[in-house]
Design a protein around this ligand. Structure first.
Ligand SMILES: Cc1cc2nc3c(=O)[nH]c(=O)nc-3n(C[C@H](O)[C@H](O)[C@H](O)COP(=O)(O)OP(=O)(O)OC[C@H]3O[C@@H](n4cnc5c(N)ncnc54)[C@H](O)[C@@H]3O)c2cc1C
Length: 425
């Protein structure tokens, strides 16, 4: 229960970025602060491992939903299951509607500090034909659709395409070192292609040469850096995968294939796509966002015009590509900043700026995975890619650690992953 007289931190969103931020704020600020989390659902959706569950024919609804209410309760954080309607940044009020039963009125909640961790709207509804002909793996509902199709005998052995829609990144407030991405997050298409290729072979349905990877950009997963992408494409090519770049965007999906904005098309029975990551519609006109609707922040994740408003995770303009690992780094920064304001930590400790690194562990099927750690896209020099069974074990272990710690891992699979993968494997 929140106590009168203490500053109130309101965290919007309770998935990766929101849950972690709220829990690190409690850790850094102790009991001198009230914290409330609002999310429309009372559980965390563990998105990165959905493909593993689907290809193993396990229902991801059973394994990828982690209830969050008791975790927050144990940290003395209030939880409201509600739909956020809007943010009034002048009067520091958030409008929400309770989701527990239909018919609830709009209510307002006041904040002293606000953390926007509402992720993005995955705009499948903007892809013509997706509802009828599209598949994806970004949530358990769609994961189950593909699972039923593959494991239920629906697959007729036809060609498969896997790739992304064009992402629309904002430029207002963007630092010079942050490039423009053509796709929001291209780790998933890579891992889905590799694991589906292995699945086809294991189920006597063909193999990688049935699969074409496509990207709207010059190269797929450009944020991993040229060296890694070149290695990756050579590996995938030698396995038989096909690859098409510069599609610009998806025009439409049809029963027989996919049409691209560049005028080309591919025949395909299965179309697995990742959409444009768009901001939620109510965000678009707020004074804290860029021209697309992502929250503008400085490198301490504060909005420059409203310094008591922070963003973390996919909702933040600085989060490119849209990776949970980046949200995790930002969550720790936000917690330290609020603790600094309360006099709990020094400026020296808190003011370490956000320095993005792409860190990604992707399933390859047959209990193998790839590991990518790179910052060259942002101007750095780290460029590491490894593959192996141990990395798959680490990917599974990370999920276990995440559940066991209630969304407060020691770091996103690090330093364990870094130590094992980069130095020992
Ligand atoms: C298939 C796939 C695999 C991936 N694999 C990886 C990986 O291996 N590594 C990695 O780092 N990243 C990976 N990602 C990206 C990662 O899933 C996202 O970056 C991460 O989920 C972002 O976390 P977030 O908390 O910012 O947003 P989200 O996870 O989208 O959470 C936003 C939360 O806000 C809530 N919300 C939204 N709007 C409202 C509203 N109006 N009112 C109330 N609540 C609301 C939602 O219910 C949700 O709980 C993957 C993504 C996909 C699709």
């Amino acid at each position: 229960m929140n106590h009168p007289g203490k500053p109130h931190v309101l965290v919007l969103g309770g998935n990766f970025a929101g849950l972690t931020t709220a829990r690190f704020i409690r850790e850094q600020c102790g009991e001198d602060i009230n914290i409330t989390v609002i999310d429309r659902k009372p559980y965390l959706l563990f998105i990165p491992n959905i493909p593993i569950e689907v290809f193993a024919n396990r229902n991801p609804q059973n394994t990828m939903h982690m209830p969050i209410e008791h975790i927050l309760h144990d940290d003395r954080i209030d939880f409201i299951q509600a739909e956020v309607q809007t943010i009034d940044v002048e009067s520091s009020l958030v409008d929400y509607v309770s989701m527990e039963r239909p018919g609830s009125p709009i209510e307002h909640i006041k904040y002293d500090y606000l953390v926007v961790a509402l992720g993005a709207r995955l705009a499948y509804d903007k892809i013509e034909g997706f509802g009828e002909y599209g598949f994806t793996l970004s949530d358990t509902y769609h994961g189950n659709r593909l699972r039923h199709y593959l494991h239920g005998g629906g697959y007729k052995g036809g060609p498969i395409v896997i790739g992304s829609s064009r992402f629309h990144q904002g430029t207002k407030g963007k630092p010079d070192w942050l490039p423009n991405a053509m796709a929001a997050c291209e780790g998933p298409p890579l891992e889905i292609a590799l694991s589906l290729g292995a699945w086809l072979e294991d189920h006597a349905q063909g193999g990688p040469d049935k699969i074409t990877l496509f990207t709207p950009g010059q190269v797929i997963a450009e944020d991993a850096g040229e060296e890694i992408v070149t290695k990756f494409l050579a590996m995938a090519g030698s396995m038989g995968y096909h690859y098409v770049n510069k599609t610009e965007d998806i025009k439409r999906l049809t029963a027989d294939g996919i049409e691209f904005a560049n005028g080309k098309s591919l025949e395909a029975e299965i179309k697995i796509v990742l959409p444009d990551w768009q901001p939620h519609s109510f965000m678009k006109d707020l004074p804290i966002v860029d021209e697309k609707g992502f929250v503008i922040t400085d490198l301490t994740m504060r909005n420059p015009d409203y310094p008591r408003i922070f963003a973390a995770g996919d909702a933040a303009a600085l989060t490119v590509p849209k990776l949970g690992t980046l949200g995790d780094m930002q969550a720790r920064i936000v917690a330290l900043q609020i603790a600094k304001d309360l006099g709990k930590v020094s400026a020296e400790k808190a003011d370490q700026p956000f320095r993005p690194e792409v860190i990604c562990m992707g399933d390859m099927g047959r209990d193998k995975a790839f590991y990518i750690h790179s910052d060259v896209w942002y101007g750095g020099k780290t460029s590491i890619m490894k593959t192996g069974h141990m990395i798959f074990a680490l990917k599974l272990a990370f999920k276990e650690m995440y559940y066991r710690t209630g969304g407060k891992p020691s770091r996103w699979g690090l330093p364990l992953t870094e130590l094992l993968t980069e130095h020992l494997l």
